[in-house]
Write a protein that binds this ligand. Structure first.
Ligand code: UDX
Length: 452
């Protein structure tokens, strides 16, 4: 099937490459000439495992363009542009609306595609997209019975390809049965798992077939916010109990396992630590609170999850302070800058906020991340931190290290060597990924999250 995707961010690019791999004829549109040129030359513009190899493998079944004109004849047009958060928590729909306007400006009269909204958008946005397209068609005197659908995306950065090819479910909101049928055809290879698994992107163990969940438009839009709010609440819940575990002498990892094995709860998203960040949880929890505000309906659980998450970040600083007594004048090394491993994304990243708090408190802050340092330099040119090119360099002369992003390489460090170069052997493990026993044996003061 001919499919056009507007937007080449995490969702657009991963979806585009996956659908091309599954045999569709895909056109990926982005206004940014630099991104399109790079993609045409086989260079993937985001740090995401497996995408580069997939781009090489699919070759000519995907086209890249800066002009929607080149993809307007597709049967399915997916909008996968960014939906940033405004200052008041509302969602900025300017990119979605611009895409809808452009579709309405050039859609030919005799061509009736399904316009699918993949971006995370507030309730009612699919209808708004429909009316913007209709308005622009009307201006041209064109009649066209195109369709709209809401197809929220649940992929996680770092494992975006796995999540796209092996989802738990595909959610589809629409008003007409025919739309469900057309879009089922788009996802058929995934729904039936009938494709050859790409090298290095295998299905998770015990993976079955994904469900195809068909709903009305508002339900599909709300499902995305409900899913992300639930996960954010789940992580904040375990972080809240981590604080209590420290006080009563329990270990939160044991508690997480003990509750997670109850199938009604599940073991996922129960890793206590420095809290959640990224492009979705912070933005979507704020956005759903704003929706509640518009309807004069409070969402105290979501609100509490946000507050617990803020406290969790500050909690890392409190742990450093209780170990060092005074923050001012001490050198603190932050391990990790990305909001989670496997990505160079710094959006609402806990280490960045922690670095800012420490700087404000008068610490000398040094940072290291295996992939996100250039992004950090570009996005935070005024942040007065020192960049180290290895963990060893980071640690040299430090009074404490704070591990905030659980990059795999941090699990196999030479702590003898690191310890010998530090001024003070203190480690705050903000992701509970190091061995307390090993570090204490090597003379470190080790402080985890919710551990005893
Ligand atoms: C999330 C959702 O998982 C995904 O379904 C949605 O489409 C987009 O938002 P993502 O932000 O990529 O995906 O990452 P995720 O792996 O869910 O982690 C989000 C944050 O929570 C990270 O900062 C991570 O470090 C933190 N986290 C996650 C925890 O602190 N503990 C956990 O147990 C899991």
């Amino acid at each position: 099937m001919k499919i056009t995707i507007i937007g080449s961010g995490y969702v657009g690019l991963t979806t585009g490459l996956s659908l091309a791999y599954l045999g569709h004829e895909v056109t990926l549109i982005d206004r940014n000439h630099v991104i399109i040129e790079k993609l045409r030359n086989g260079v993937v513009t985001i740090h995401e495992a497996g995408l580069g190899q997939l781009l090489k493998r699919i070759g000519r079944s995907i086209c890249f363009s800066t002009r929607l004109q080149d993809g307007i004849d597709a049967q399915v047009i997916m909008i996968a542009v960014g939906t940033p958060c405004k200052r008041n928590g509302d969602t900025d729909l300017c990119f979605v609306e611009a895409a809808a306007e452009e579709i309405g400006e050039i859609l030919p009269p005799n061509h009736t595609p399904v316009v699918v909204i993949k971006s995370t958008v507030p309730i009612g946005s699919a209808r708004r997209v429909k009316s913007i397209i209709e308005l622009n068609l009307k201006k041209r005197g064109v009649e066209n019975d195109f369709f709209v659908a809401s197809n929220p995306e649940f992929l996680r950065e770092g494992v975006a390809l796995q999540d796209t090819l092996y989802p738990d479910r595909i959610v589809m909101g629409a008003d007409e049965i025919i739309v469900f049928d057309i879009l089922r055809q788009v996802y058929l290879p995934i729904l039936e798992q009938s494709f050859e698994q790409p090298t290095g992107v295998q299905a998770p163990q015990g993976y079955g077939l994904p469900a195809y969940v068909t709903t009305n438009l508002a339900s599909a839009e709300l499902i995305k916010y409900a899913a992300n709010s639930f996960l954010a609440i789940k992580i904040s819940f375990i972080n809240e109990f981590a604080g209590l575990a420290e006080r009563v002498g329990a270990d939160i990892r044991e508690v997480a396992l003990g509750i997670g094995l109850d199938r009604r709860i599940g073991t996922g998203s129960l890793a206590a630590g420095a809290g959640w960040g990224g492009s979705c949880f912070p933005k979507d929890t704020q956005a759903i609170l704003y929706t509640g505000f518009l309807y004069d309906y409070s969402l105290p659980l979501v609100d509490a999850a946000i507050r617990v998450n803020k406290r969790q970040r500050k909690g890392i600083v409190d742990k450093l302070q209780s170990a060092l007594k005074v923050i001012r004048g001490n050198t603190i090394g932050i391990m990790g800058l990305a909001f989670k491993p496997g990505t160079d994304d710094l959006r609402d990243s806990p280490p960045i906020e922690i670095a800012h708090i420490l700087l404000d408190m008068g610490a000398h802050v040094r940072v290291y991340d295996p992939v996100a340092m250039y992004n950090c330099m570009a996005q935070y040119p005024d942040m007065k931190v020192e960049y180290a090119s290895t963990v060893q360099e980071l640690a040299t002369g430090c009074d404490a290290l704070a591990l905030i992003t659980d990059w795999r390489e941090f699990a196999s460090l030479d702590w003898d060597c690191i310890g010998s170069s530090m001024r003070n052997k203190v480690v705050v493990d903000g992701r509970n990924m190091l061995s307390k026993q090993e570090l204490e044996h090597k003379g470190f003061t080790y402080i985890g999250i919710g551990t005893c």
